[in-house]
Design a binder for this molecule. Sequence first.
Ligand code: ADP
Length: 499
Amino acid sequence: MPYHKLLQRQLDKLSREELNSDERFNRFVELVNSSYKAFEKDKEITEHVFQISQKEFSEINSKLKEEVEIKRFSIRRLKAALNEINIDEMETILDNDDDLLEIVDLINSQMSKRKEVESQLILAKKEAENASNAKSEFLSVVSHEIRTPLNAIIGMGHLLMKANPRPDQVENLKVLKTSSDNLLLLINDLLDYNKIEAGDLDFENAVFNLKKLLIEIVDLNRNKANERLNKLIINLDEKLPDLFLGDQARLGQIINNLVSNAIKFTKRGTVTINLILKNKNEESAIVEVSVIDTGVGIAEENLNSIFLPFKQVATSIVREHGGTGLGLAISKRILKKLNSDIFVESEFGAGSKFYFELELKTVVEKDSYLHSDQINHYNLHKKRILLVEDTLYNIAYATQLLEGWNAEVITAENGAIAVETMLTNSYDLILMDLQMPIMDGYTATSKIREFNSVIPIIALTASASSNVREQVMKAGMQDYVNKPFNPDDFYIKLKKYLN
Ligand code: ADP
């Protein structure tokens, strides 16, 4: 192996024969040579290492510079964003791109402020909800209090009209009837709207004849149409099934609103009511109801607002012919609950078209239920009816109606008397007022049900609450009649339970 070049140079200078042959000297030279070489290797490695770290150092340095730039840019962006949301303390932040800690402090203080505002908002929302509930409750109670005497006014008017009044009295009685009917309409609208607003609306699911319902509604509006010299046209799709399952009262309310509006806002024109079958399968059908008039029409800018509560556009007509401005708002909300919507197309001065589609369950088997047009003569065949009622006017009205239909009426002034008389007497049916002094209708019913589970009990209620049905059923009653009651509906219900 050749010696390290520095060592070789030294050895060449010596170049003595005797030294070369000395074994110890040669070993010594070998050791020196390995030391030289080891040193050389270490030197190389050190130089290499130094070169590498310098490269890495410059790389890290440029990366750091880049990151500092990104940080400055982010802070600038953060400040711009904070400026956008208009924070008061923004001026306290210096115009320096490094003040991240100050920004963090600022955001922290903002967050605690926002939390405070949030909890205040939650509190305010709760208070508003409480106030709204109190308002609904108040409206419900007041309406009940108004409906009870109104029941007597409408009932007494009805009886006076039947008692051969003089011609001048007939006119006065007509005014009494129109005014009390309108008042009832207004209260019902207000209550309905209130109920819907409170999300307190449920639907009945009973069999009804849709074509018949439509014809009944049109008949109800015929006089008004004649007065305004309007022609009424009904188009009923022949393919339309007769019977459907649903809430006929709610559907009738919507159609009636559209028809009476069309007549109200049209003079010497035509009102056309179309009932069309759009689609049908085994279980259900989609029907379209449209009401088209050639009346005053609605300006384009008012087309959306007429569905808002209390919004009336043609105010002079409304002043003359009445209206609450709630009809369309109620209709829209009812349809929404039934997964539908109402639409309008109109041309100012030329007329309007209101229409909606509704999916209704169809009924195959004919249900044997009684319609008002099937009543030939009213006769309750001497059935014994226990009338549990405390208001004198209501007793007088119901008694005269029932006796007029050939029923025998026995009255009990409160629930306690009713329970007592039930123990020793037999009756065919009980009409039970719900709110009475001493013992209310619910308590009386449960007491009667302890010893008599068969007698039909029908509640008489002026309550506007939507869960009346549920409440009276729970108490053990079969059904209820809303006060003020319509004599025909009242008779049909009695017939149903007396047969
Ligand atoms: P109301 O009829 O009791 O005022 P509605 O909610 O039913 O309340 O109607 C709201 C308003 O929409 C009416 O006051 C009227 O301005 C307008 N409107 C409704 N139907 C018609 C129609 N067929 N033609 C013209 N305007 C109508």
